[in-house]
Design a binder for this molecule. Structure first.
Ligand SMILES: C[S@@+](CC[C@H](N)C(=O)[O-])C[C@H]1O[C@@H](n2cnc3c(N)ncnc32)[C@H](O)[C@@H]1O
Length: 272
């Protein structure tokens, strides 16, 4: 968890730099989650692993002045970035907190809704995080979250990882370990949510598209969002780097010239 925390703190500037681009490509998923949550004026909504917090900020607008958004992340640098973002958007009913989703410093039954976009699959123990989510939700409260579908349905990011694994510059993801595609199996996902005590579990596929416009831009954005590719790239010798660049170019060629590779998220909603 400590290693992951350091990694996410280090990624915060990359996310903040690309915030408009990320949101333009991903808002469809955030909007779908908020529609599924259906927050009502006066309610309290908790966003976990909020990153820059944009999904929660859509909910905040629906909660009104009597409602409250608790926007949270375990990485303090992300929480600060979300605070700046919320200020820029003029959000006044949000509280920003550093919270680990696996051990929430919140009372039982204290929130009406929970949002978590692309968080649970990165956590060492998603079952524990979902149990914590259930604990802080009041009975009848609602959960809406997103995870990534299978790597093959997400060439916007898997194109590079696949090349690096093939060239031996990165380890193949180990099934069962936390990672971007760790909760991509719909059956497993549904079971996990039900075992945490949720009912009326709904799963929906939501497509998205990042319009990079060039390979250079695509590569730069993906390198800025996570540390795995960046660390692997920094460790390459000049000769290895040249080979990797050629392989990346070949793998990305099917998406030329627009370089708008597709992505697919699974949006899950459930009732506590
Ligand atoms: C892929 S980013 C998603 C950010 C944001 N939700 C979005 O959709 O743009 C994953 C986020 O999860 C956070 N995170 C990872 N593990 C966490 C944990 N155990 N508790 C809370 N946040 C966590 C990271 O700091 C990072 O901000």
């Amino acid at each position: 968890l400590t290693e992951s925390l350091e990694t996410w703190n280090a990624s915060a500037p990359g996310w903040e730099r690309e915030r408009d681009f990320i949101w333009a490509g991903s808002r469809a998923v955030g909007e779908r989650m908020v529609a599924a949550l259906d927050p009502q004026p006066g309610e309290t909504v908790l966003e976990l692993a909020a990153g820059l917090g944009d999904t929660g900020f859509i909910a905040a607008q629906r909660l009104g002045p009597a409602g409250r958004l608790i926007s949270s992340d375990f990485a303090p640098a992300m929480v600060e970035a979300a605070r700046r973002r919320g200020g820029e958007l003029g959000i006044e009913n949000a509280e920003h907190r550093v919270l680990d989703a696996q051990a929430l410093d919140l009372p039982d039954g204290s929130v009406d809704g929970v949002l978590c976009r692309w968080g649970y699959m990165l956590m060492p123990d998603p079952a524990q995080a979902l149990a914590e989510t259930r604990r802080v939700l009041r009975d009848g409260g609602r959960l809406a979250f997103a995870v990534w579908a299978d790597a093959r349905r997400n060439p916007w990011v898997s194109t590079f990882g696949r090349v690096y694994v093939e060239l031996g510059h990165m380890e193949r993801p180990v099934p069962g370990e936390p990672g971007q595609f760790a909760l991509a199996d719909p059956g497993l996902l549904r079971g996990l949510v039900e075992e945490a005590g949720f009912r009326d579990v709904q799963l929906e596929e939501v497509p998205l598209e990042f319009r990079f416009g060039s390979l250079e831009r695509w590569w730069a954005v993906v390198l800025g969002l996570g540390q795995r590719l960046a660390t692997a790239t920094a460790a390459l010798s000049p000769a290895e780097r040249e080979r990797a660049e050629a392989a990346v170019e070949a793998a990305a060629a099917p998406f030329a010239p627009a370089y708008a590779p597709p992505g697919l998220s699974l949006v899950v909603s459930a009732r506590a």
